[in-house]
Design a protein around this ligand. Structure first.
Ligand code: PLP
Length: 414
């Protein structure tokens, strides 16, 4: 990998030489022209999204119920496309529900498949919805929720898995520090002990290369509004390894998982294949936005996106060391750069007011995670090297101003 740019001119030169530079124009400019470093929370809007959504609205207007003929296949069709970004062969990914609901469905199915095992293994530093869903399932099914050994900065290593573990459920990328999980090693350890694995890839899909089929994943879920650019509340996806599909039953026995759905039989009998993990009528309008969101990524492939992301992140880390560490910040992402994913966590006691001030007066959109972390995500599809340079200069300006006080309000975060 090339050395990080040492001057703003170097950064501009890097942009001129960037083979992905053209992708940026596929995303709509935002209202304020700010430097957007929050694509790991809500990806930018693809230029094609309003067009694709309008075309579904038009199908609805002109064809009404007749359009279901095509709509009916879209959850699996868009699922297969997402699959190519996460190393899943066709017929193993479907778009449905929210990440939270999919996590519940797959974790419950896995626990039912290991009735004699009493433990769920998870990460105390994982995203809240993962912890809550597993707490709920542990309580409902009389199991023990056991935490793996993990570090808020470094993430977790492949855990020790004992013979009483039914399910290992971890995130591919930690939402706060950006630490990568070694999914292959973790799956191998779990399988040796006879447990199933479930990965939450919300912070990985569309950013880091994932090889679900190759790395022995059993189950996975992820959202589509972060690096997949599907828009606020866009439907999530789920993956079930082909060989496991017929042996698993999800807890929501809905008619969209039913064999021969329109025969409307008396008894629930799940269809063969990935569609058995659907529940109710799919969100067709949202699916169109998801399809628009992944389109630019599919054109260039996850490998070239990741090549640029890792250069952006290493440049960001170098600039943070040079400019922000002397002002009291520290990097709160893994020490070993090869364990970092697409965003950098920067800790500072005044992180919360700094993030507010950056948005209000410096045209930089970053986000804050308690207790003291600013998350900075340069996204390969639309962030330039020069944006990284300028953003760090503006953050330095805010930290140098000082008087970063103010308590953290309670607010909704994703
Ligand atoms: C963003 C995110 C989610 C989101 O779940 P929703 O059901 O869409 O609210 C879930 N898990 C992880 C790890 C996330 O980062």
């Amino acid at each position: 990998m090339a050395n990080p740019p040492a001057t703003r001119e170097d950064a501009e030169a890097r942009d001129r030489a960037d083979p992905l530079a053209g992708l940026r124009s596929r995303f709509a400019p935002d209202g304020a022209g700010a430097i957007y470093l929050d694509g790991n929370s809500l990806g930018r809007q693809p230029v094609s999204a309003p067009i694709r959504v309008a075309s579904v609205l038009e199908e609805w207007r002109t064809r009404l119920v007749g359009a279901w003929e095509e709509w009916i296949d879209r959850p699996a069709m868009v699922g297969d496309r997402i699959g190519t970004l996460v190393g899943a062969g066709p017929g193993q990914v479907v778009v449905s529900d929210s990440t939270t609901v999919n996590l519940y469905k797959l974790a419950a199915a896995a626990l039912d498949a290991r009735p004699d095992r009493s433990v769920i293994l998870a990460d105390h530093h994982d995203f809240p919805t993962v912890r809550y869903v597993l707490q709920g399932l542990a309580e409902r099914t009389g199991r023990e929720l056991r935490w793996v050994d993990s570090d808020p900065r470094e993430g977790c290593a492949a855990p020790e898995v004992t013979g009483d573990v039914a399910l290992v459920c971890l995130s591919g990328v930690n939402f706060r520090s950006g630490a990568l999980l070694d999914m292959r090693a973790a799956a191998a350890g779990a399988h040796r002990a006879g447990a199933l694995v479930l990965w939450d890839l919300s912070h990985a899909a569309g950013c880091v290369p994932v090889d679900l089929d190759g790395d022995g994943a059993d189950l996975a879920v992820g959202c589509s509004y972060k690096y997949l650019n599907g828009g606020p509340g866009s439907p999530a996806w789920l993956y079930v390894r082909r060989g496991l599909q017929s042996g698993l039953r999800q807890p929501i026995w809905g008619w969209w998982g039913q064999e021969d759905q329109f025969a409307m039989a008396e008894r629930y009998q799940p269809v063969a294949g990935i569609d058995r993990f659907q529940a109710g009528t799919p969100p067709v309008v949202g699916l169109a936005a998801v399809d628009a969101g992944i389109e630019p990524l599919l054109e260039v492939g996850i490998g070239s996106l990741w090549a640029k992301t890792s250069e952006l992140v290493s440049m960001l880390a170098a600039r943070v060391e040079a400019r922000l560490v002397p002002l009291g910040a520290r990097i709160a992402s893994p020490t070993d750069a090869s364990r970092r994913a697409g965003h950098l966590a920067v800790a500072h006691p005044g992180a919360w007011p700094a993030v507010r001030r950056l948005v209000d007066s410096r045209q930089v959109v970053a986000d804050f995670r308690p207790p003291d972390v600013m998350r900075l995500a340069p996204v390969a599809a639309y962030t330039r090297f020069v944006d990284v340079w300028d953003a760090v200069e503006r953050i330095a300006g805010v930290l140098a101003e000082g008087e970063l006080t103010g308590s953290v309000p309670i607010r909704r975060v994703t």
